[in-house]
Design a protein around this ligand. Sequence first.
Ligand SMILES: Nc1ncnc2c1ncn2[C@@H]1O[C@H](COP(=O)(O)OP(=O)(O)OP(=O)(O)O)[C@@H](O)[C@H]1O
Ligand SMILES: [Mg+2]
Length: 221
Amino acid sequence: MRTFQLTNIRKTFRNGDVEEEVLKGVDLSINPGQVTALIGASGSGKSTLLTIAAGLQSTSQGEIVFHGQNLATCKEEELRKIRAEAFGFIFQSSHLVPFLTVEEQLSMMLDVAGKHKDETSISSILDQVGLSHRRKAYPASLSGGEKQRAAIARAVIHQPSVLFADEPTASLDSKKSQEVMGLLKDMTRNLGMATLLVTHEEDMLTFADRVVRMEDGKIVV
Ligand SMILES: Nc1ncnc2c1ncn2[C@@H]1O[C@H](COP(=O)(O)OP(=O)(O)OP(=O)(O)O)[C@@H](O)[C@H]1O
Ligand SMILES: [Mg+2]
């Protein structure tokens, strides 16, 4: 089992002469096969924690240990490989590439992850997210919910160990949000991913196996 553990994460930003400590010693482990929801007021440090955990920005202090390796100290090249092969990402906006069809987005991701382009796995994921009939469509012709479902398919096609999702349903109405979260939860179970979900929508917490609250740069629950 691939464990993921953050220990004593601190992050300080400097704006001119002013230093602000945004993360003040965060300990968190996220478990495979579970959705861990991270909630808290705007500005409490949720996105900063998620991007540090994902190796998208550096931490000022602390350890990020994934599968026995400390991401805080590993080389950029190694980190890039881990991100591409073992992590998946979903954000508030789908960030689909405008000139690629739905299925091309998925094969591009397999390329990036250095995985074999397997038609069966592409078909199977598209089936799971309910987009088989839209596989040749370009993003501009997809609805908001379809775009987010395509983004989920792209985030998990390479079977990552850890899925990072920062407000993935913020742009959707309540019914579509439920659909997308249900899908994320099923994928988390089926693929055994450790999913870290940032959300500020109370409704979405029913999909979480565990809820962790941040307040002013610290975890309080
Ligand atoms: N690159 C940066 N430089 C300076 N300050 C930053 C930077 N990134 C974030 N911050 C500050 O860190 C604090 C936490 O920001 P963060 O984006 O983590 O909050 P959040 O909990 O995700 O909020 P929201 O719910 O609004 O998305 C905020 O005060 C923000 O202004
Ligand atoms: Mg945020």
